[in-house]
Structure formats: C-alpha cells, structure tokens
Design a protein around this ligand. Structure first.
Ligand code: UDP
Length: 244
C-alpha cells in the first residue's frame, strides 16, 4: 500500500492518505521538539525506534483488549493506522511527580503518587496546551461526558498494563501522554504513539536523577546520550516481548 497525499505534518510524524480511505500511513520522523516547539533538534534513528516501540506497545495493549488505531508496519519507520478524528485532548497519566506537575504544584520530583493521576490538557499549540478542568473540557465541547468517563477509565487500564510491562523491562513508568480518536463507526480508539517521546521512563536500577532518565527528558534537559537511551528502551522491550 503506497502513500498518496500528505494530509498532516506534526512534530514527530507525517500522515499520508492511502488507496483505502479508512487507512492512513504514519511516517515517524527523526525530528525532536520540546517546550511547545521552542527547542528543536534531531535524534538520529528516532523515527525507526519510536515506530517499532509504538507498534509493540499497541500490540501489547490490543492483546489486553484495548482498541487502538494500529494495523501494521510496512517499513521500519512507517505505520499503517485506522483513520480517526483525533479528540483535541491530551490525556496524561502520572505515577510519579515530574515535569509540569512539579512546576505547577511544588511537589518534589520523584514523589510517588498515592494513586495514578489522570489529567486532561487542551491540544492547542497556540494556547500552549493548557491544563483543563473537567468543566472546561465539557464547556469547550472537546469531548462528551461519556467520552470523558471512557477516556479516564481506559487511561487507567492502559497505565496498569504499561506499568507492569515496563517493570519487566527494568523501567519505571513515571508518566505518559495518550491521544484518542473516533473512527468512521464512532468507535473510540487509542491513537498517536507510545514511545520515549511521550512517556517518562526511568531505569529502575539507577538512583542518580540524571543517569536514570531514558526518555525525551534527555533531549529536553540536554543530558546527552539521547539516541542510546532510546535504543536501550527498544532493546529491553524486544527482550521482554521475546521472553513471553
Ligand atoms: N507529553 C507529551 N506531549 C506533550 C506534553 C507532554 O508526550 O505535548 C508527555 C511527556 O513526555 C510526559 C507526560 O506527557 O511523559 C507529562 O508531561 P508534563 O505535563 O509533565 O509536561 P512536560 O514537563 O513534559 O512539558
């Protein structure tokens, strides 16, 4: 199945139409951005690594009954996905305090949360992706009340599955971001990607706060060895999948 028309270029992926209207082709890029694209760079090999990681994460979730947009990977940095209308909401799940949660609440980095926290952010670059309240989400019609409930339920289930899987990889799932979309049959599917670009992953065996970082924070915070951290995550995931 060949790519036809480019319909969207995001920070990490380009989406193309295919001969089948219900299927899109996602091309994963090596480009890296952070801080609402104020910081730009390149992580060589990232496109292939993230595409492979995302494919394995979608397959893992599908095996646990979570419906996703994933179909298959026709090339190492390409993924065929079901066409969906993406809800303009980023669903973040947190197990450990980091990033904007620390900045906005004063919680210390690394604080283990008493229960997983689900947060919604408005997917809107010009507004800087602000944190949403439940009422604002409904006020802006970003999702229906039923969808909000379903997003919350599914995000927590995905967190259970991923936390336990990453534990087997020797990685701690600190937090992550999900995006969902609605297909032509109005079915809610997990979309976008799950990768070290969208998850905070810490090496469980390392205590040093900089050395343990295995995700995009290495790029955001100029910690170095970005490519090798992503590669290491991929290798650990492959090992965990193979040992199953
Ligand atoms: N995240 C993401 N895309 C975004 C914003 C956040 O993938 O546009 C991920 C981020 O990598 C982290 C989680 O969502 O795993 C929570 O991010 P946070 O709100 O702490 O924001 P950050 O400090 O990363 O800007």
């Amino acid at each position: 199945m060949s790519a036809q028309k480019q319909i969207y270029e995001g920070k990490a992926k380009i989406l193309y139409t295919t001969e089948d209207r219900s299927i899109l082709l996602a091309h994963y890029k090596d480009d890296a951005t952070a801080f609402n694209a104020q910081k730009r760079g390149m992580i060589s090999g990232k496109g292939e690594i993230n595409c492979k990681i995302a494919a394995m994460m979608f397959q893992l979730l599908e095996r646990h009954g979570i419906t996703t947009h994933f179909i298959d990977c026709p090339a190492p940095n390409q993924m065929r996905v079901r066409a969906v209308k993406i809800l303009p909401v980023e669903v973040v799940v947190r197990n450990i305090a980091a990033g904007s949660l620390c900045q906005q609440t004063g919680l210390t980095l690394g604080t283990v949360l008493p229960y997983p926290l689900v947060e919604f952010f408005y997917k809107n670059d010009s507004l800087g992706d602000p944190l949403l309240t439940h009422d604002r989400l409904l006020l802006l019609n970003l999702a229906t009340p039923e969808q909000v409930e379903e997003l919350q339920r599914r995000a927590l289930r995905i967190n259970e599955i991923l936390t336990s899987f990453f534990h087997r990889c020797g990685l701690t799932l600190v937090d992550f971001k999900l995006e969902f979309g609605v297909d032509q049959q109005q079915k809610l599917l997990l979309a976008d990607e799950i990768s070290p670009d969208t998850c905070r992953l810490w090496d469980s065996t390392v205590a040093d706060p900089d050395r343990r970082v295995m995700d995009k924070d290495r790029f955001r915070r100029d910690l170095g060895n970005v490519e090798s951290a992503y590669q290491q995550v991929l290798e650990r995931i492959i090992r965990a999948v193979d040992s199953n």
